[in-house]
Design a protein around this ligand. Structure first.
Ligand SMILES: C[S@@+](CC[C@H](N)C(=O)[O-])C[C@H]1O[C@@H](n2cnc3c(N)ncnc32)[C@H](O)[C@@H]1O
Length: 208
C-alpha cells in the first residue's frame, strides 16, 4: 500500500471536520515545533471519546496542538489535560490558543523538566499518558509513565517509527532512544501495538 497516498486521501475526506488543524497551528505560531499529524489527532479523538478519561498527562506540549485537541475531545465529560513542557518560550502561544479554542479551563501547564516532574507524580493517578517529549529520553521516562498510569489506562507515544522512517532531522541518538523504548515496552504488563500513521504511534493499555 502507498501510505502517503492513503494519508492524503484521508486528509482530503476529513478536511472540513479537522478543527483545529495542525497546519493552522504551525502557521499561526511561526515556531518550528514538530507537532502530531492531523491523523494522529483524529486517532486520539476516537480513543478518548471511547474511553472518556478524566485525567490525561501529556509530556511535551510545544505549541499545544495535541494538548488542545485532546482537551477538546474530553471537555464534554469533564476531562482535563495536564501538560509538562521544558521550553518557557512556547507557553504564551499555547495559552493564547487554549483561550481561542475555549479549553484553557481544562488544561494545566507545568513548566519544567519531565525528568524531574514525573518522579513527583502519584502512582496510578492518570487515565491516559501521552509521551511526545525528547526522543532520547523515552526509555528513561518509561518506568514513570507506566507507574503513574492506572490499571486499564492508556499509554500513547508519538514518533515510534522514527528508527525505520529516516525522518529528516532525527539524530542517531533519537532513533536509538526510540528503538530502545519500543523494545523495553514489551517488558511491561501492557497490551500494545505500533500503528504506521504519522511517524508511528504506539498505543498501549496497562493490564496491571
Ligand atoms: C514534539 S514537541 C511536542 C508537540 C506537541 N505534543 C504537539 O503535538 O502539539 C516536543 C516538546 O517536548 C519538549 N521537551 C523535550 N524534552 C523535555 C523534557 N525533558 N521535559 C519537558 N518537555 C520536554 C520540547 O521542548 C518540545 O516542545
Amino acid at each position: 500500500m502507498d501510505l502517503e497516498k492513503a494519508t492524503d486521501y484521508i486528509a482530503e475526506i476529513y478536511k472540513e471536520t479537522d478543527l483545529p488543524a495542525a497546519e493552522d497551528y504551525m502557521a499561526r505560531s511561526g515556531l518550528e515545533g514538530p507537532i502530531i499529524e492531523d491523523e494522529i489527532a483524529r486517532l486520539f479523538k476516537v480513543l478518548l471519546k471511547l474511553m472518556q478519561p478524566k485525567r490525561i498527562l501529556e509530556i511535551g506540549m510545544n505549541i499545544g496542538f495535541s494538548t488542545a485537541s485532546m482537551a477538546l475531545a474530553v471537555k464534554e465529560f469533564g476531562g482535563r489535560v495536564t501538560t509538562i513542557e521544558s521550553d518557557p518560550d512556547v507557553v504564551e502561544f499555547a495559552k493564547r490558543s487554549f483561550e481561542r479554542e475555549s479549553v484553557a479551563d481544562s488544561i494545566e501547564i507545568i513548566i519544567g523538566d519531565a525528568f524531574e516532574v514525573l518522579p513527583e507524580i502519584e502512582s496510578g493517578s492518570y487515565d491516559v499518558v501521552f509521551q511526545d517529549s525528547t526522543k532520547r529520553g523515552y526509555p528513561k521516562m518509561l518506568p514513570d509513565c507506566f507507574r503513574i498510569l492506572r490499571k486499564g489506562g492508556l499509554l500513547l507515544v508519538d514518533d515510534t517509527l522514527w528508527p525505520v522512517m529516516r525522518v529528516l532531522g532525527a539524530s542517531d541518538e533519537s532513533n536509538k532512544g526510540i528503538d530502545e523504548f519500543n523494545r523495553a515496552l514489551l517488558q511491561y504488563n501492557l497490551e500494545s501495538t505500533i500503528l504506521p500513521i504519522g511517524e508511528g504511534c504506539t498505543i498501549a493499555v496497562k493490564l496491571s
